[in-house]
Design a protein around this ligand. Structure first.
Ligand SMILES: NC(=O)C1=CN([C@@H]2O[C@H](COP(=O)(O)OP(=O)(O)OC[C@H]3O[C@@H](n4cnc5c(N)ncnc54)[C@H](O)[C@@H]3O)[C@@H](O)[C@H]2O)[C@@H](O)CC1
Ligand SMILES: Nc1ncnc2c1ncn2[C@@H]1O[C@H](COP(=O)(O)OP(=O)(O)O)[C@@H](O)[C@H]1O
Ligand SMILES: [K+]
Length: 535
């Protein structure tokens, strides 16, 4: 079964917390107690023997959670040292600080204070959470360098840091991390554990987030009814954000079970024939264009398109004669020939770009796009698109663009520039924001690749697929296979956003099952096993 979970932006999270508190059914103090209890609980699960803990408490509610953790661990027999900032603006956090102060002392949250004490078994990072408005600087940045700065003088990193809601300094909307003070290394040493509240935020899943968070736990703090009401009241434009098949524990109340996979089986067989599963056309390039289109076509067959036709120009046809024999082949020399082929309405999906050649892609797109067919545009088709505003204007809702970062920058240079810019304020503009803006602008689904793949539909829906555990997928031709899988799913009748999401997931899972040493040709051969596991 394919599962996912909802993802909330920090603004949505704040709105939901406010709605819960305004209802009078729960107080901010109660929510803070639940948050602190969840963190203390996970610490005790991992360190069952009470030890020594240093809790670092910042100036907001994240710090408030830290004081709760300190009190609960003290009650459980831990030796607790607390370092806190002077100011504590919110009443809930101030109350939690006071409750701790009745039990133990609070040292200054300074680099010296941190260095001065005895070594601890666990360091709880409750400095900043969702309320960070700009990259930290000064004394706090120096403390963060000690905690998260590998290559500098990070003394407490990796195995001993438990982050409350997020590693402090991480922008939870973008996954961006601040620059550390000069000479203090980079912000790149992961926490052992991050306990997030209610739902993951984009920054846990994209950018540097997955690396910095370490193991991610999402703890339920009892906000579900307000979450649903709040999201339901957000007007007509759907803003739902989901993570698909996330590789972390999701509370049951947060689990979304996608029914996408139900339709991957081909039953009932008795009443169906190959045309029920669609006919995909893979438009290949001229002589010596390599095997890219063959990789796509094989993947479209493996994912279960009823028929797949590989279509190079006539003079390259002999190069495309290698197996699988199940592939059909047909010469299509130019746009006119393609127009003729598309008179067959059973051809319901097309893949264009891998090994196609830019000029040929441009000529074929001019014929293909106006037909409204489900179409995956990759590689050379994306370059052709970036060179021709007319083609860009012809995109429609059944198109899926699958750029990697470089192709995205050619297509949407202004958006790529915003993602790359060094932000002076949090939340920073993210890869997710860029994909959403691009999809809205061009009217097609945009799948922006990488270890953090984000997929956005023109109507505002978006999905995140975070796959930092399979770096060997970054291999030549892997993108061609992805384009083929998605084309096959389109042929089988999946809606574009679902085809793109499910295709991304199956592609990643194939790489995961194969393991290191993978070459792109292996991916399609793993698809049957992935499908068996998903059934
Ligand atoms: N609001 C609630 O009801 C709940 C909040 N919770 C916790 O509260 C956190 C959010 O709390 P807040 O909104 O108070 O925000 P934070 O605690 O994340 O931090 C905000 C504080 O830091 C200051 N600040 C922001 N950027 C700074 C910078 N670069 N340098 C120095 N100071 C900076 C702000 O002025 C503010 O005082 C969540 O992450 C979560 O840990 C939980 O207790 C659950 C309930
Ligand atoms: N570090 C990484 N970890 C996991 N997957 C990655 C990583 N880098 C890239 N990928 C994935 O590998 C594939 C590479 O596609 P692409 O860049 O188009 O390569 P090519 O053009 O060689 O086929 C994409 O699916 C992308 O999401
Ligand atoms: K934190």
């Amino acid at each position: 079964m394919l599962t996912g979970t909802e993802v909330l932006t920090t603004a949505q999270m704040r709105a939901i917390e406010s709605a819960a508190m305004a209802s009078g059914q729960v107080t901010g103090l109660e929510l803070m107690e639940r948050a602190g209890r969840a963190v203390a609980g996970h610490i005790r699960l991992r360190w069952p023997k009470a030890g020594c803990v240093t809790v670092l408490c910042g100036p907001g509610n994240n710090g408030g959670d830290g004081y709760v953790v300190a009190r609960l661990l003290h009650r459980a027999g831990w030796r607790v040292r607390v370092l806190g900032t002077e100011n504590m603006p919110g009443p809930d956090a101030a109350e939690m600080k006071q409750r701790w102060a009745e039990i133990g002392g609070i040292g200054p949250l300074t680099e010296r204070g941190l260095q001065g004490g005895p070594e601890s078994d666990v360091y709880v990072d409750a400095i900043f959470g969702t309320g960070l408005t700009r990259p930290p600087e000064g004394e706090i940045a120096s403390i963060l360098a000690r905690i998260f700065g590998r290559g500098g003088d990070g003394a407490y990193h990796c195995s001993r840091v438990v982050a409350v809601d997020c590693p402090s300094g991480l922008c939870m909307d973008s996954g961006k991390a601040p620059a550390l003070p000069p000479g203090r290394g980079t912000f790149d040493s992961p926490a052992r554990l991050t306990v997030a509240f209610d739902s993951p935020k984009p920054g846990h899943l994209i950018g540097l987030g997955p690396m910095l968070c370490g193991e991610l736990i999402v703890a339920d703090i009892g906000l579900i009814q307000w979450r649903e009401r709040n999201l339901a009241s957000r007007g007509r434009r759907p803003v739902r954000l989901e993570a698909i098949w996330p590789r972390f524990d999701i509370p049951d109340a947060r689990r979304i079970e996608f029914s996408l996979t139900d339709r991957l089986g081909k039953h009932p067989f008795a009443s169906q024939h190959k045309y029920s599963h669609g006919h995909a056309l893979v438009l290949a390039g001229g002589p010596a264009k390599g095997g890219a289109a063959r990789l796509s076509a094989r993947a479209a067959l493996r994912i279960g398109a009823g028929l797949v036709t590989l279509a190079p120009p006539q003079d390259a046809l002999p190069e495309y004669s290698s197996p699988p024999d199940a592939l059909m082949r047909r010469a299509l020399d130019d746009g006119d020939a393609l127009r003729g082929a598309l008179d067959d309405t059973r051809i319901n999906a097309a893949c264009i770009g891998p090994g196609c050649g830019i000029d040929r892609a441009a000529a074929l797109l001019a014929v293909l796009l106006p037909t409204g067919r489900g179409t995956v545009l990759d590689a050379d088709a994306l370059t052709a698109l970036s060179q021709d505003p007319g083609l860009m204007a012809a995109l429609h809702g059944r198109c899926i663009l699958t750029p990697h970062g470089g192709e995205f920058a050619r297509l949407f240079p202004d958006l790529a520039e915003k993602v790359e810019a060094t932000p002076s304020q949090w939340p920073a503009y993210s890869k997710l924001d860029a994909a959403r803006e691009a999809a809205a602008r061009c009217g097609a689904v945009v799948l922006l690749k990488g270890p953090d793949t984000v997929i956005a539909a023109p109507d505002g829906r978006a999905r995140i697929h975070s796959a930092f555990d399979i770096p060997w997928l970054a291999t030549a031709g892997a993108g061609d296979v992805l384009a083929g899988i998605i084309t096959g799913l389109l042929a089988r009748g999946f809606q574009p956003l679902d085809a793109a999401s499910l295709g991304t997931l199956i592609h990643a899972q194939a790489a995961r099952l194969f393991g290191p040493g993978l070459i792109a040709d292996d991916l399609s051969e793993m698809i049957p096993q992935v499908l068996r596991d998903l059934a």
